[in-house]
Design a protein around this ligand. Structure first.
Ligand code: NAP
Length: 249
């Protein structure tokens, strides 16, 4: 039997990048996956088609997860489609990098709403159905090494990702007795639309402080998500696990 046979997963922001790789890995391990996206309908449809072509189950669902009501609808749709929800991966995220002295209020708000409020929104929608079902559950929140060590030009992003960590630990304590685990993953550098904006010089320079001497491969986050989502990780909760080549140790 596959690792995640019979499990239903919702992955926010799964139309590309790390979210896509997570959705593909969960599906490869037997989970039925709701591929959430905000604007990229075509890309999300491609992710679903790729999963289905390999014999997996997936459905694309649009929702701006920074919007409370939209997040409630997303989880309702997942339950209506697949009957229940076992795994929630809060991955959707964005950046508006600039130094604090230049940062506009909307750059702060957009990043906090997309990266942190979305986690509240989706957990708020998913936890009650998980508790009622009495089958436990898995919540996996994608933070960042930047939330652990900070980064000039990313005070909004770092605050949102550090917030995700505090939220993760608090919720883990609240719902541990229901056998619902809540963990965070802190990725380092992965080549996606989010990081492609960095100059070649900065990409090259980043290698100096990555002990493993390379950027991560996208599936390398998916492997950890699949493990944390499985029954094998039932005794792991409230943790922040870095997938960063050793940047923050
Ligand atoms: P990406 O390639 O830019 O993908 C972002 C995804 O989030 C897209 O699928 C996008 O969908 C979705 N999204 C954005 N805003 C949304 C919203 N309001 N509602 C629903 N979906 C939304 O970024 P990525 O690099 O894969 O990042 C994924 C996560 O990993 C983020 O939380 C990021 O902070 C974190 N992370 C990334 C790195 C890295 O090196 N790349 C490092 C550490 C942490 P649409 O296209 O439809 O808008």
């Amino acid at each position: 039997m596959s690792l995640l046979e019979g499990k239903v997963a919702v992955v926010t922001g799964a139309s590309r990048g790390i979210g896509r790789a997570i959705a593909e890995e969960l599906a490869a391990n037997g989970a039925s996956v709701m591929v959430n996206y905000n604007a990229s309908a075509e890309a999300a449809a491609e992710v679903v088609a790729g999963i289905v072509a390999k014999g997996g189950q997936a459905t694309a669902v649009p929702a701006d997860v920074s919007d409370f009501q939209a997040a409630q609808e997303l989880i309702k749709t997942a339950i209506a489609t697949y009957g229940h929800i076992d795994i929630l991966v809060n991955n959707a995220g964005t950046t508006r990098d600039t130094l604090l002295m230049m940062m506009k209020e909307d750059q702060w708000d957009t990043v906090l709403d997309t990266n942190l409020k979305s986690v509240f929104n989706c957990c708020k929608a998913a936890v009650r159905p998980m508790v009622r079902r009495k089958q436990g559950g898995r919540i996996i929140n994608i933070s960042s090494v930047v939330g652990l060590v900070g980064q000039a030009g990313q005070s909004n992003y770092a605050a949102s990702k550090a917030g995700v960590i505090g939220f993760t630990k608090s919720l883990a304590k609240e719902i541990g007795s229901r056998q619902i685990t809540v963990n965070a993953i802190a990725p380092g550098f992965f080549l996606t639309a989010l990081t492609d904006a960095l100059s070649d010089e900065m990409k090259e320079k980043s290698l100096e402080f990555i002990p493993l001497g390379r950027w991560g491969e996208l599936p390398e986050v998916g492997y950890l998500v699949s493990f944390l989502a499985s029954d094998k990780a039932a005794y792991i909760t409230g943790q922040v696990i870095n997938v960063d080549g050793g940047i923050a140790m």
